[in-house]
Design a protein around this ligand. Structure first.
Ligand SMILES: NC(=O)c1ccc[n+]([C@@H]2O[C@H](COP(=O)([O-])OP(=O)(O)OC[C@H]3O[C@@H](n4cnc5c(N)ncnc54)[C@H](OP(=O)(O)O)[C@@H]3O)[C@@H](O)[C@H]2O)c1
Length: 352
């Protein structure tokens, strides 16, 4: 099939770099355009970015010139890893100019006509794009993926909806790469735990989860009624957000039923055999000391959520631990999977 040219907004950042690495050998998408701030514009990518990934920067991308983040010469399909202080306006300008923007940033996620997508969980929410096109009159469109820890939480909870999911208490232990580069100062994070992450991290877990798990009704999403309470921490881990979770369920399933629900969980990416789809989006590990970021974060290219330590909770019903790769399943890999699904569903032409 013909290659689809793609651009990356925020290409020099932690998420932007992950986009480049993940698309280095992509069967459909080829990176041909890079955008970042005025600080980087006009420079060759190799000079504008501090490449932090263990895989080499691809030569063809290294020599691309970085553009200012404005529509004009960019391809139709744009991925965005823009800083949230500027993502709102820039992404809207691209969508208005006819681009399909597949974004990681928080700015548009909770708008009622914007899909907040995890393709295994709520692929049908792409139907919101009709309303988006009608209300905004854009020639293009915006589709978002969740916050990096919300992906882990929502994927762990999605298979539990069948048991009458009522509430969830979550404590996260989030990697430093979640703060971008250079992120948290080494002085602050080494040998430490910081019980706060700015930008409304806890509120995102307590609201985005309900939209993602919600049901599509008449071109809007009816939020799932689960009550979520979150406490977030930053820990000295390179990659991988861990969530220690307790859940209350209306039914009384035994532990085996929960494990079966996780292990058998599949969605459209697996049915359609999308290039970035992991064979099993959720893996349950029996070992009593798993999942661990150092051992489990890169499972299936970083696209699988690992769960373990399921046991009874004396306050709610069950407790367990979930882990996912924050810049892959929680960011660039998530957005690429969204775009793969949209391509297969014929939605990359925008709203026009
Ligand atoms: N890191 C994660 O795990 C993660 C996960 C999910 C979602 N996200 C979200 O993804 C986005 C990017 O995160 P990150 O960790 O990659 O951040 P980052 O490393 O700080 O990168 C930010 C990017 O935005 C660009 N930028 C900053 N100001 C700009 C401006 N005025 N105009 C145009 N571009 C500008 C930067 O370009 P310059 O280099 O030129 O300054 C850089 O490319 C954020 O919205 C974040 O919340 C991050």
């Amino acid at each position: 099939m013909a290659t689809i040219e793609v651009g990356i907004l925020g290409a020099t950042g932690a998420v932007g770099q992950q986009f480049i690495a993940l698309m280095a050998n992509h069967p459909w998408f080829k990176v041909t355009w890079l955008g970042a701030s005025e600080r980087s514009a006009g420079k060759a990518y190799r000079d504008a970015s501090a490449w932090r990934l263990p895989t080499p920067l691809p030569d063809d991308v290294a020599s691309l010139q970085v553009n200012a983040a404005a529509p004009g010469s960019a391809p139709q399909l744009m991925f965005s890893g823009l800083d949230s202080s500027v993502a709102g306006e820039i992404e809207a300008a691209f969508a208005q100019a006819g681009h399909v923007v597949v974004s990681n940033s928080r700015n548009h996620r909770m708008e009622p006509d914007v899909p907040l997508l995890i393709p295994e969980v709520n692929a049908d929410h792409l139907a919101l794009l009709k309303a988006q096109c009608a209300t905004r009159g854009w020639k293009g469109a915006i589709v978002t993926n969740p916050n990096c820890v919300v992906v882990v939480v929502a994927m762990a909870l999605a298979p539990l909806r069948q048991f009458g999911l009522r509430s969830a208490m979550i404590t996260s232990l989030q990697a430093i790469s979640g703060a971008g580069y250079p992120g948290v100062a080494s002085w602050d994070i080494l040998g430490n735990v910081i019980p706060f992450i700015g930008g409304g991290e806890e509120e995102k877990i307590e609201t985005e989860t309900n939209k993602i798990l919600g049901a599509l009704r008449a071109n809007t999403v009816a939020n799932h009624p689960v009550t979520v309470s979150a406490a977030v921490t930053r820990v000295p881990v390179h990659n991988g957000h861990t969530a220690s979770m307790s859940v209350a369920l209306e039914q009384r399933p035994d532990a085996g039923a929960l494990i079966d629900a996780w292990r058998s969980f599949r969605g459209k990416p697996q049915d359609m055999d999308l290039p970035s789809a992991p064979p099993s989006p959720i893996v349950y590990l029996n070992e009593p000391n798993r999942p661990q970021p150092a051992l489990d974060v890169n499972r299936d290219g970083g696209m699988t959520v690992s769960i373990g330590r399921l046991r009874r909770c004396p306050i709610l019903d069950y407790k367990f631990v979930a882990l996912g790769h924050n810049t892959i399943r929680g960011a660039a890999g998530a957005a690429i999977l969204n775009a793969e699904l949209m391509h297969r569903e014929g939605l990359l032409g925008g709203g026009a």
